[in-house]
Design a protein around this ligand. Structure first.
Ligand code: GLN
Length: 503
């Protein structure tokens, strides 16, 4: 098997046995990127020299540890080549957030997640494409270019973390980080046929994540399988004094917990799975519904008990999200003023510098959200819009709290549709907003969710099953998804990219 196609845990085993080196592994993934990324366009920036230097350092660390008999203490991420969404800072590596306004910005500090990955000895391949400031569901809002779905290059990879999802699906990294404010890890994971996890709010530090909507943003892993998602989550999770919203609860060793998932034919015996009535409604593609219902039947085969539940305020999630997220964005994006970061347009007065830098530096979707948000927060409208949205947010959270008293996890589609054509929704913001209809309510409630591949539509495009659990119950998600994955082979399917290579 070619090295770039390995999962993290497969590569870690080969690195440990001495069969391969981190340098060979990294070179294989870089070669893959050099052949494919002209067609897929997952990366905004590559860091090949840094990657090879980190790989060489990982190889040295491993041989030192071997000599000292200390190999058991090495991180499973030592020497593993990864990608990071370009809304997360890495010291000294350009960071654009997919926006012209940050063109040329080189962050002087590491995000906590990238510092933790570096400490574990992981290798950074580059920064992946994103909708501008993570606003979107297709990467079409990137100011630079649109990423293509490896399963069909005429289609979107989903978004906003579409670059990370496409890079994982096309074996242009072993795994990647994204950020999820309303679905931006889970939805592209679903559209690209990989695993994506949005941790509980506060599980992972947001320090060094360029803020979109601070009460909703979380960083999460993209991976080729559930075990890898667990490994990556363990590496980045946990309290951080630099982020006052990160919560001080111990981060379990998620991958080790998977090994304890019951074996035999009924590993999910006793698991109560809720199926929300409101998530199987008009607008969902029949092939998606069929694949997700079959996946739920599989969970039942594996011992789980499925029951219908209700999340009565579901239809209010979209309007609530599109008041709260833009309101927070309008405040967060005020810092891009042409003085402190990136682009600065020289103008006659300070006001003109602000105006022209923001006018030229932000794209249409960002401007739309800043205006919506500033309006919802303005005197006279605050009570009617923002405050009301916060009140309804509480009701949405209460729906999940009530449902999760009776069931352990909730199962539903990640996205109502499979990957859509580039351009199909770009001109219609509302139809784009609907792409996250099944994911954004979790961010409003602050709980965790995961998307795992569960089949294909009749055009051969991947479908994802979303599993949802309560706050800090990532272990439940991972072990249910792991049992499902063990019993199915969807996650082993790969897009046929030979044609692309021949073009
Ligand atoms: N599509 C949603 C939005 O545009 C979610 C994006 C995200 O999770 N970053 O806000």
């Amino acid at each position: 098997m070619t090295l770039h196609a390995l999962t993290i845990h497969e590569a870690a085993a080969r690195l440990q046995s001495g069969e391969i080196t981190a340098t060979e592994l990294t070179q294989s993934v870089l070669d893959r990127i050099f052949t494919l990324d002209n067609a897929i366009k997952a990366y905004l920036a590559l860091t090949p020299e840094l990657a090879l230097e980190q790989a060489a350092r990982a190889d040295r660390a491993r041989s030192d540890a071997r000599r000292a008999g200390a190999e058991a203490a090495l991180s499973p991420l030592l020497g593993i080549p990864l990608a990071i969404k370009d809304v997360i800072t890495v010291e000294g590596v350009p960071c654009t957030a997919g926006s012209r306004i940050l063109e040329g910005y080189i962050p002087p500090y590491d995000s906590t997640v990238s510092a933790r990955l570096a400490r574990a000895g992981a290798v950074l391949l580059g920064k992946t494409n994103t909708d501008e400031f993570a606003m979107g569901s297709s990467t079409e809002n990137s100011a630079y270019f649109t990423t293509r779905n490896p399963w069909d290059l005429s289609r979107v990879p989903g978004g906003s973390s579409g670059g990370s999802a496409a890079a994982v699906a096309a074996d242009m990294c072993l795994a990647a980080l994204g950020s999820d404010t309303g679905g931006s890890v889970r939805q592209p994971a679903s559209l690209c046929g990989v695993v994506g996890l949005k941790p509980t709010y506060g599980r992972v530090s947001r320090y060094g994540l360029i803020a979109y909507a601070s009460s909703l943003d979380q960083i999460g892993p993209f991976a080729k399988d559930v075990t890898d998602a667990a490994l990556l989550l363990s590496a980045i999770a946990g309290h951080d004094p630099l982020d006052s919203t990160s919560v001080d609860v111990p981060a379990p060793h998620y991958a080790a917990a998977l090994a304890q998932t019951g074996a035999g034919s009924r590993p999910l015996a006793g698991l109560r799975v809720g199926v929300p009535r409101e998530y199987f409604v008009a607008g969902i593609e029949p092939d998606v519904e069929q694949a997700v219902r079959a996946a739920i039947a599989k969970l039942v085969d594996l011992g789980a008990e499925a029951r219908e539940i209700s999340l009565p305020h579901t239809e209010l999630a979209l309007p609530v999200y599109y008041l709260i997220a833009p309101a927070e964005a309008s405040a967060n994006l005020a810092r891009f003023d042409g003085i402190r970061y990136g682009l600065s347009v020289d103008a006659a007065s300070l006001w003109d510098t602000y105006r022209q830098t923001r006018g030229q530096g932000f794209g249409a979707e960002v401007k739309r959200r800043v205006m919506l948000g500033a309006y919802a927060l303005s005197a006279g409208y605050y009570d009617a819009y923002y405050l009301k949205a916060q009140q309804v947010r509480t009701l949405i959270k209460a729906d999940f709290d009530a449902a999760l008293r009776d069931v352990d996890v909730i199962a539903c589609p990640t996205s109502p549709v499979t990957a859509f054509k580039i351009g199909e929704r770009a001109a219609d913001p509302l139809s784009m907003y609907l792409a996250d209809i099944f994911t954004l309510s979790l961010n409003l409630a602050g709980i965790c969710g995961l998307s795992v591949p569960c089949g294909f539509d009749r055009q051969g495009l991947p479908v994802g099953l979303q599993l949802i659990a309560g706050a800090f119950e990532e272990e439940r998600l991972l072990s249910a998804a792991y049992a499902y994955e063990q019993a199915t082979d969807w996650h082993t399917r790969k897009p046929d990219l030979e044609l692309t290579l021949e073009d």
